[in-house]
Design a protein around this ligand. Structure first.
Ligand SMILES: [Zn+2]
Ligand SMILES: [Zn+2]
Length: 479
């Protein structure tokens, strides 16, 4: 009675972005065994106990950031049908199952100069584009380590061997047709990376499955990384959709993961606060933890500033670094509590939103202080096309300032290039599965949206459904 095949219709890659619906049938027990949540039972040895299944479902829901009900509800089944990597999520035999970071490592290569070759090409894309996608995939890892990758000819010996194949392609782990498992790559020192030929591989478009991003994930396994618990990590098990080459940055969790194996190369790391890996230098005061934020910004020196009342919390990747009164950081200081704030990487300016007023500051990273620009604050009181009481704000990849107010999000062009999109949208239609109620604070960091509400935060990428809730204090403040 436990073997229930459930047919899930309407599971598309990037459901909102393609019209191609892939109908997949998921057997939950098989799925949970395949990905390491349930041990595989020898044939004829009965079935897993209800308690074991319930725990496996809970573990899966935890990984997928779903409510941990232990029940096979609709969301859980849908997640099981979503496109993903074929490698297991749990490796309890791995060397550090209790690593404090989200990333998990398995083992590593004993050398740093590695060769690769392509055994065959997919008919989906020009061969040159596939070679470029693989070259770029290796390069994402090269950029943050001392690893060097060299392509060699088809006849030469190579450490990494990349190939496409449908269904049973000879390694003992058959693919499953369109959707579902997209690819897999074995841990060091195997170097075998296999891509499911039943997927439609692509580059430069939201249609199909992006070869560069999937290959980068698979090479992560090939270099020794296991699946990460961090839903924003590239090494999270699920395909997260297309991001252009120009916009894609390797997430922080993956950089920390690969550097834990191979060291770093001394280049600056893209900024993203992550779970603290060492305790903060000063213990956080009780005031820092357990409260909602009014606003949050991230600055180009890797700092994140959160505002609550007249307090400013400065956080780095290690957690809370300092807590200060706003008057010691902002000159002159705003005289009212901040409703919303954002840093614009394009303008290199910090904006504070207070009612209909906007304050623009220059950030001096050397001093970690903010100085107001001439002509500010400005007041939009007389404009009917401006929110009265902003809750949160961010500047997205396109340079659009998103201002959240109640259940709506407004879009303004900070460069005044004229309007491109509707000025106003429901938060829920722009960020599918966003929490209801007002957003307290928001930020856009490394192509990921972060939405804060009370004690929790949520993430979203590429118009994919919002992921969360996740507890904010430990990750952001180290409390
Ligand atoms: Zn994977
Ligand atoms: Zn294979």
């Amino acid at each position: 009675m436990h073997i229930v095949a459930i047919t899930v219709a309407a599971v598309a890659f990037l459901a909102s972005e393609t019209s191609c619906l892939v109908k997949r049938s998921v057997n939950p027990d098989e799925y949970l065994s395949q990905f390491g949540y349930l041990p595989t039972l020898p044939p004829g040895s009965g079935q897993h106990s209800d308690a074991a299944r319930k725990k496996a479902i809970r573990d899966f829901q935890h990984m997928a950031r779903l409510p941990e009900t232990g029940r096979l509800d609709r969301e859980t089944i849908d997640k099981m049908a979503a496109p993903r990597c074929g490698m297991p999520d749990r490796n309890d035999t791995g060397p550090n199952p209790n690593a404090p970071q989200a990333f998990k490592t398995f083992n590593k290569w004993k050398k740093t100069k590695l060769t690769w070759k392509i055994l065959n090409f997919s008919p989906d894309m020009p061969a040159a584009d596939q070679r470029l996608a693989f070259t770029r995939a290796f390069n994402y890892w090269h950029q943050v380590t001392n690893l060097d990758f060299v392509e060699v000819s088809k006849d030469a010996d190579a450490d990494f061997k990349l190939s496409f194949g449908p269904g049973d392609h000879g390694c003992g782990y058959p693919f499953d047709g369109p959707g579902g498992v997209l690819a897999h790559c074995f841990y060091p020192e195997s170097g075998q990376a296999h891509f499911d030929e039943h997927e439609t591989w692509s580059e430069g478009t939201h249609d199909g499955t992006n070869l560069r991003i999937v290959a980068t994930h698979e090479l992560g396994h090939g270099l020794g990384l296991a699946h990460s618990d961090d839903p924003t990590a590239l090494m999270a098990p699920w395909y997260q959709g297309y991001t252009s080459f120009e916009e894609y940055v390797l997430p922080r969790d993956d950089i920390m993961g690969i550097q834990s194996l191979y060291g770093e190369n001394g280049k600056p790391i893209p900024t993203l606060p992550t779970k603290p890996t060492i305790p903060p230098t000063q213990p956080p005061t009780t005031g820092a933890c357990h409260g909602a934020y009014d606003a949050i910004i991230n600055t180009p020196d890797g700092m994140t500033y959160a505002f609550r009342g007249y307090n400013v919390f400065r956080m780095s990747a290690r957690g809370l670094e300092a807590e200060a009164d706003i008057r010691t950081m902002f000159f002159p200081e705003p005289r009212k509590v901040i409703n919303a704030a954002t840093y614009s990487p394009r303008m290199k300016k910090v904006y504070l939103f207070i009612g209909t007023q906007i304050f623009r500051y220059e950030y001096k990273a050397s001093e970690q202080k903010f100085y107001i620009d001439e002509g500010y604050p400005t007041d939009y009181q007389s404009r009917s096309d401006y929110p009265r009481n902003p809750d949160a704000a961010l500047v997205d990849a396109g340079g659009w300032t998103n201002i959240f107010e109640g259940s709506k999000v407004w879009f303004f062009d900070e460069m005044n290039r004229g309007s491109r999109k509707n000025m106003l949208s429901d938060i829920i239609s722009y960020f599918p599965k966003a929490p209801s109620g007002k957003i307290d604070a928001a930020a856009f960091i490394d192509n990921t949206y972060y939405l804060f509400q009370g004690q929790y935060y949520y993430t979203a990428t590429n118009r994919q459904p919002v992921v969360g809730p996740m507890k904010k204090d430990q990750r952001w403040m180290g409390c």
